[in-house]
Design a protein around this ligand. Structure first.
Ligand code: ADP
Ligand code: MG
Length: 330
């Protein structure tokens, strides 16, 4: 059974970045306003995510890392929206099957926190009282220690830290009320750092630099015709001055970071047609639409989504972007 669990867990946690994404989403779900990430050896030695959220209650610690343990189901009224959020209660459990997980947490009004380590879904020992500041710190050590081939592949590619920085950047420019930092273990300098109290444009500037932020235009679009599709979009897109080697598309749908290849391609086509020189744009886009319109298809851990009425929505986005680009290009 342990081999089966490990294989399943390796599907949920495919690389260090997947682990960071799950941990940060948990921190956001816990209402944190400050989240810091420390990474050692591309995440294979250590991933540490510390937050100042509501913490985990003592009585929840024994089952915290059992599969399907979630405190979040009641927050989602219907099955459909659960589906659109992806899997539930699998992330922490999975990490314990492919790494060593240590949780330190304190809830409001407690004199001290608790620390406990997990392996293969269960506690290694009773929770130990310890000093703690507000919130939760989760350490994942020796990721894929029991999956030699994957560890070797990841070690030799050695680019997960870059991927993690990219991921935290994407979180930081959407969640502008949260202060993010991301750094390598032992380094004082953070590679991502936001204040947690600035405008979206300021966040983009501090994360992606002036060259990107200077050339952005705000964009909005909406469609409330129920016979077609219902959505609200706002975002920032680059203009003719922004020349890059590849497209950066930061897409949020209903406040979840996702990928939508069809939409990305469609936008690139509009850029290529309107601003040939700037055909690799920077796009930040946040779309809100009814959850039953989002389909996390293929595989629950994939961030690729498809949308009901996708053609309508893609067309509307293309239209909105095209007219923005045209008006800026005159
Ligand atoms: P899910 O997020 O789908 O519920 P996870 O395996 O990611 O499943 O987490 C399991 C549970 O652990 C969460 O439902 C939450 O109650 C708790 N949890 C995990 N991380 C944190 C955190 N940083 N702060 C507070 N609670 C947390
Ligand atoms: Mg989670």
């Amino acid at each position: 059974p342990s081999v089966v669990n490990r294989i399943a867990a390796g599907e949920v946690i495919q690389r260090p970045t997947s682990s960071v994404k799950e941990l940060v989403e948990n921190s956001l779900d816990a209402g944190s306003t400050s989240i810091s990430v420390v990474v050692k050896d591309g995440g294979l030695k250590l991933i540490q995510v510390s937050d100042n959220g509501h913490g985990i209650r003592f009585e929840d610690l024994p089952i915290l890392c059992e599969r399907h343990t979630t405190s979040k189901l009641s927050a989602y009224e219907d099955l459909q929206s659960i589906k659109s959020m992806g899997f539930r209660g699998e992330a922490l459990a999975s990490m314990t099957f492919v790494g060593h997980v240590t949780v330190t947490t304190i809830t409001e009004g407690q004199m001290h926190g608790y620390r406990v380590s997990y392996r293969d879904g269960v506690m290694e020992h009773e929770p130990r009282p310890c000093a703690a500041v507000k919130g939760t710190q989760i350490m994942v050590e020796n990721l894929f220690y029991n999956m030699t081939a994957r560890r070797k592949t990841l070690q030799s590619s050695n680019d997960d830290y870059t991927k993690i920085v990219d991921l935290i950047s994407r979180f930081a420019i959407h969640n502008v009320d949260v202060s993010f930092s991301c750094r390598k273990h032992g380094m004082n300098r953070a590679d991502v750092h936001t204040s947690g109290s600035c405008s979206r444009l300021d966040a983009i500037r501090s994360v992606y630099g002036l060259a990107v932020a200077r050339d952005l235009m705000e964009i909005t679009a909406s469609d409330d015709d129920p016979s077609r599709s219902i959505f609200n979009m706002n975002g920032f897109i680059s203009n003719a001055n922004y020349i890059a080697k590849k497209t950066t598309m930061v897409l949020y749908i209903n406040d979840r970071l996702v990928e939508c290849t069809a939409l990305k391609r469609a936008i690139e086509i509009i850029y290529a047609a309107t601003l040939p020189k700037a055909s690799k744009p920077f796009i930040y886009m946040s779309i809100i639409l009814p959850s039953e319109h989002v389909d996390v298809n293929v595989h629950p851990t994939k961030r690729e989504v498809s949308l009901l009425n996708q053609e309508n929505i893609v067309e509307s986005m293309q239209g909105a972007i095209e007219s923005k680009l045209m008006s800026s290009n005159t």
